[in-house]
Design a protein around this ligand. Structure first.
Ligand code: 4NP
Length: 157
């Protein structure tokens, strides 16, 4: 059974599509059997592709996220996914409020999986420039590497 991971930010057009893209690339590189998706706590951008600056930042790193489409997280996601990873603390608090009691997914902050970066947020680059999107890429790529390592170790245990 592949492990299933959902990345969640606010709009699902900047940070979580970048996290999904970085994780998919890392999983493919390591031969990890995983399914990934992303969603937003808000629904304003439903059906839209990622922000063009996010698409460009991913492309600079060899990853194509242009085919992704934004959606809002649903209560059903808490039983569809093994793990739900929040990009910042506000996203995590919103997810904790939405979570149906007894649901299966393990919820955590994305950067909690990076040793030494526990509790840190992936900053929202929406009001920033290309430099901020490159920073977002570095954060989510570091998290993707750490998460893949963790999942491979768990699978072997
Ligand atoms: P994201 O960035 O949560 O990383 O996708 C944002 C995108 C859109 C908005 C806020 C944050 N917005 O307010 O529309």
């Amino acid at each position: 059974m592949p492990v299933s991971i959902l990345f969640v930010c606010l709009g699902n057009i900047c940070r979580s599509p970048l996290a999904e893209g970085a994780f998919r690339a890392e999983a493919a590189r390591r031969g990890l059997d995983a399914e990934a998706d992303s969603a937003g706590t808000g629904g304003w951008h439903r059906g839209e592709p990622p922000d063009r600056r996010a698409i460009a930042a991913a492309r600079r790193n060899g990853v194509d996220i242009s085919g992704l489409r934004a959606r809002q997280v649903t209560r059903a996601d808490f039983d569809r996914f093994d793990r739900i990873l929040a990009l910042d603390a506000e996203n995590l608090a919103d997810l904790e409020r939405l979570r149906p009691p007894g649901s299966r997914a393990r919820l955590s902050l994305l950067l909690d999986h990076v040793p030494g970066r526990e509790g840190e947020a992936v900053a929202d680059p929406y009001y920033g420039g290309d430099r901020h999107f490159d920073e977002t890429w570095r954060d989510v790529a570091e998290a993707a590497r750490a998460l893949a390592r963790e999942l491979i170790e768990e699978d072997a245990a």
